[in-house]
Design a protein around this ligand. Structure first.
Ligand code: ATP
Length: 234
């Protein structure tokens, strides 16, 4: 068995005294797309923040390519090749589309993703490269957030609810690009509220319930009943 790109080994996460994750075990294999589903407050965003260094924890519980990264800062994690497309996009509002993208390139590594490559993926961003990111539609802003993450040339990309608040046609447009994004060698973790979507785009799925893994399996094998049980606990 090749070494997983990412392993979570009994990951606990806290906000002060409040525990949001309890002993989460999870692995992401090379080239795999893992979907994380779960109800509001289940801990999905906390998991993404723990991996990307935004929420720092004990250390040995997050292992990336054999290296413990749980105690690293977000910029150190990015430099190793993990990029986050955060919930709510979090673009720099006073900067142009192009400037937002260029900032993504500053924290990462050298590789195939450049401004030109992002513009090939999302041509509308080239047309709008000079305008402030806030003047874009929600879908276009999401494209900037994805492009910004790609500019860091990650080999593990984390998508936190990229469909949130977007029209179905725009969501499809973004997901249609996924194979081109998660190309050779890149692995992905996707947090997605839409279960059908999550199953369609992933190889494996993991459900969180109140901070614990309640289901884990191949996306083409898990039953709707099992998901419903894992999701709601009923
Ligand atoms: P959603 O789909 O609503 O984004 P989620 O599965 O991503 O939910 P998290 O945002 O990870 O869930 O939240 C997990 C738990 O941690 C929730 O009970 C939430 O209230 C709590 N929590 C999240 N952020 C904080 C914070 N900054 N301070 C305290 N508690 C928090």
């Amino acid at each position: 068995m090749p070494e997983p790109v990412l392993s979570l080994r009994g990951l606990d996460a806290f906000y002060g005294d409040f525990q949001a994750l309890y002993g989460v075990d999870m692995e992401v294999a090379e080239g795999e797309v893992l979907a994380i589903i779960g109800a509001n407050g289940a801990g999905k965003t906390t998991l993404m923040r723990s991996v990307s260094g935004l929420l720092r924890n004990a250390g040995p519980q997050v292992v990336y390519r054999g290296r413990e990264i749980g105690a690293l800062r977000a910029d150190q994690v990015a430099a190793l090749g993990i990029a986050l497309v955060p919930e709510g996009r979090q673009l720099f509002p006073s900067l142009s589309v192009e400037e937002n993208l260029i900032i993504g390139g500053r924290v990462g590594r050298k590789g195939p993703w450049s401004l030109e490559a992002v513009f090939r993926l999302f041509p509308i961003l080239e047309e709008r490269r000079s305008v402030p990111s806030t003047s874009l539609s929600g879908g276009q802003q999401q494209m900037v957030a994805i492009g910004r993450a790609l500019m860091a040339n990650p080999d593990l990309i984390l998508f936190d609810e990229i469909s949130l608040g977007l029209a179905p046609v725009v969501i499809n447009q973004i997901y249609d690009q996924l194979p081109g994004i998660v190309g050779e060698g890149m692995s992905a973790v996707i947090v997605e509220q839409d279960i059908s979507k999550a199953l369609a785009v992933s190889g494996r799925v993991c459900c969180l319930q109140e901070g614990r893994v309640s289901l884990e399996g191949r996306s083409d094998e898990v039953s709707r009943e099992a998901i419903s049980h894992a999701y709601f606990g009923s």
